[in-house]
Design a protein around this ligand. Sequence first.
Ligand code: ADP
Ligand code: MG
Length: 325
Amino acid sequence: MTERSESQEEGRTSLREIEKAAGRPRAAYGTDAQIVCDNLVRIYQTGDVEVQALQGLDLLVGRGEIVAVVGASGSGKSTLLNILSGLDKPTAGAVRVAGRDLMALKARDRLDYRRRAVGFIWQQTARNLLPYLTARENVMLPMSFAGTRRRQRAARAGELLDLLGVADVADRRPAQLSGGQQQRAAIATALANAPEVLFADEPTGELDSATSADVFAAMREANRELGVTVVVVTHDAAVSERVGRTIEIRDGRISTETVRPGADVADGETVVAAQSYAVLDRAGRVQLPREYIDALSLRERVLLGLESDHIGVWPGQGREAEGAQ
Ligand code: ADP
Ligand code: MG
């Protein structure tokens, strides 16, 4: 309260305040951060060709946060999610999720991590659910792997299907469900073992926009009701504009963060005013947005000027221009 009135006196909103409003108090980033990526590198090697899918990515996500990840095709979004969910290992860097060091996990602990600590939803609806089981049986299956008693399994499956709004079709098989119902049943399945983090890689990519909004609303409800941290890769502005924080990946690094104060408490229909931040990594690197670079025809090098409260960036002369003089 004091902070708010102080900054109102100054007549501007402090970053701290925006972060607080976005449900992202700095304290959540201490030892308590749910996801910590430090300088993640993932190099794919196929024959002689090397692809650097992640090039020193840093990311912090607080407990209970819901974050959207956007970026052009090939920018490294799926690579990041595969690493975070324990399906793949980075070439270098450090990654901690839900208190576990993913680089150090032994095979058995890795399986346990994937089974209990995290849940995953794929874009392809068919990949999320077993076709010969009903929605209810699909939700119960991961619980039997985890050794949950039958009665508890049935009770929890019922609750989850209800929370995701598909209780009425619980006894149908995936083929008898609409695409949106399948994805909602998939979310219930991913939540079966009460994971701390839910990852979704373009979960609404195959759905029309109205259905996609429903599925996202269901995911958000799960975030609110169960407190599960959500990281969702999406191309869908209807999704990315309704979360407290959107991070953009460019060339295997986080380039921009957009924070929307109040989006977490909005009704889901309102698009909340957004503030974009470039992300400063530990080495002091910042990626300038492509539109800014184009607008001033920046290339090769820029002049920097330190002012008392900001840093200026001016077009510098490219080496070519210099050579021509
Ligand atoms: P996105 O999900 O953002 O579209 P990806 O993470 O799938 O991007 O891919 C990032 C880069 O890594 C791309 O250049 C892609 O071609 C490459 N890549 C992804 N998976 C593999 C793989 N298994 N083998 C070789 N290259 C890969
Ligand atoms: Mg992808």
